[in-house]
Design a protein around this ligand. Structure first.
Ligand code: PLP
Length: 402
């Protein structure tokens, strides 16, 4: 029996915590997708900053195919070659000395926060448990990560909230300095807030946090789940800023669509994760680490990384042209291919409408909150696809104005 599900079938079988668009894409190639009726879409979303090499990239397909015929899973009672190979490359290409693998950004952060608490506990004592984070930040949907995150709507109704977490104002160093003291074990920050509206940190803000952490023996944790893996034109955004964290979390584009999370750690901190302190059944899974190693080698090349700034410039020019015509954006911001366009005037707060109109015109977009259009395409999207997608966005805005 064959059965072709539609969007109408969704609420019968899935929980209602998402509200997806009605089209159901069934295949993708590069920055294009096709739905059940074979309608074509340009992809400016890339999952949510996940498909950094587009859909069905041949190197990733080959890697997954050959690993899938070899070994799917062991467990951390044993070890596997792909996990060691990926960890080695991640430490060679970043500040980190050690890696802990998991399956998602939330889990990578959960590990980072537990590790920071444990480090302070072992080295300084039980009193040093405070985590300082920022308003509007997003770190995942586990209970610890929503609590560290700075958006109250995600903890509401799930209380009691874990203690020892305080929130400062992003890009306001004084507000962070007022909270960071000798009881602080970690300061957690996204170099670019993605979900919070695509807001980049100012360089002196991150440098100031580094100094405050050093002054108070606190660990600096960069959540690069969204900003990492080439999205800024650097392998990780910290490299663009020249500020090095003690712990960095990666997921999303790390597997380019295969689920994986990684917590990258400096040696002196990693030491406290001794046998039994933390774990994950699927962490380091051979399928995931094989795909991620191929993704890392492909993204971490001059060709891909240098191409990001060229594409950023084209996105910006096209968005500015749209703004000249529609007078719709209060701000166009972000770095590399993590770009936000804040809506204004008659479009204010209408992001979800723009998203729906865009898909009707053959364009897949994202929003970051109700008032910011978000663009997180493949790092290797073609110039022609960018121009065509922007023409579709232009038509979508025409229809909304009409
Ligand atoms: C998406 C995201 C997460 C959560 O990742 P999941 O894989 O959904 O758990 C955490 N931090 C940031 C900055 C993100 O953008």
């Amino acid at each position: 029996m064959t059965w072709t599900p539609t969007r109408d079938d969704y609420p019968a079988y899935l929980t209602a915590n998402y509200n997806p668009q009605s089209v159901i894409p069934v295949r993708g190639q590069g920055s294009r997708l096709w739905d059940q009726a074979d309608n074509e879409y340009i992809d400016f979303a890339g999952g949510i900053a996940v498909n950094a090499l587009g859909h069905a990239h041949p190197a990733l397909v080959d890697a997954l195919k050959s690993q899938s015929e070899t070994l799917w899973h062991l467990s951390n009672v044993y070890t596997n070659e792909p996990a060691i190979k990926l960890a080695r490359r991640l430490t060679e290409t970043t500040f980190a000395d050690k890696v802990f693998f998991s399956n998602s950004g939330g889990e990578a952060n959960e590990a980072a926060f537990k590790l920071a608490r444990r480090y302070a506990y072992d080295r300084f004592g039980e009193h040093k448990d405070k985590i300082v984070s920022f308003n509007q930040s997003f770190h995942g949907r586990t209970w610890f990560t929503v609590s560290v995150g700075g958006q109250e709507k995600y903890t509401q109704g799930f209380g009691p909230v874990p203690g020892g977490i305080e929130h400062a104002t992003y890009n306001d160093l004084d507000s962070a300095a007022a909270l960071i003291d000798n009881n602080t074990c970690a300061v957690v920050v996204e170099p670019i807030q993605g979900e919070g509206g695509v807001t980049s940190a100012q360089a002196d803000f991150l440098a100031g946090l580094r100094q405050l952490c050093d002054d108070h023996d606190a660990l600096l944790v960069f959540d690069e789940v969204q900003s990492g893996m080439g999205r800024t034109g650097h392998l990780f955004a910290y490299m663009a800023y020249g500020v090095t964290p003690d712990i960095l979390t990666s997921a999303k584009a790390l597997g380019c669509g295969f689920p994986i999370g990684a917590t990258l750690i400096a040696d002196r901190v990693a030491e406290v994760f001794v046998v039994g302190t933390h774990g994950s059944t699927f962490g380091g899974n051979p399928l995931a680490t094989t795909v991620a190693l191929t993704a890392l080698e492909t993204i971490n090349s001059n060709e891909v990384l240098n191409g990001v700034s060229k594409r950023h410039a084209l996105f910006r020019a096209e968005l500015e042209a749209i703004n000249d015509k529609h007078d719709c954006f209060a701000d166009i911001r972000g770095m590399g291919l993590l770009i936000g366009a804040e809506l204004k005037g008659s479009f204010e707060q209408r992001g979800r409408e723009v998203l729906a109109a865009a898909i009707n015109n053959g364009l897949m977009l994202l929003i970051a909150g109700p008032n910011v259009l978000r663009f997180t395409p493949s790092l290797i999207i073609s110039e022609a696809d960018i121009r065509e997608g922007m023409a579709q966005l232009d038509r979508a805005l025409d229809q909304i104005s009409a």
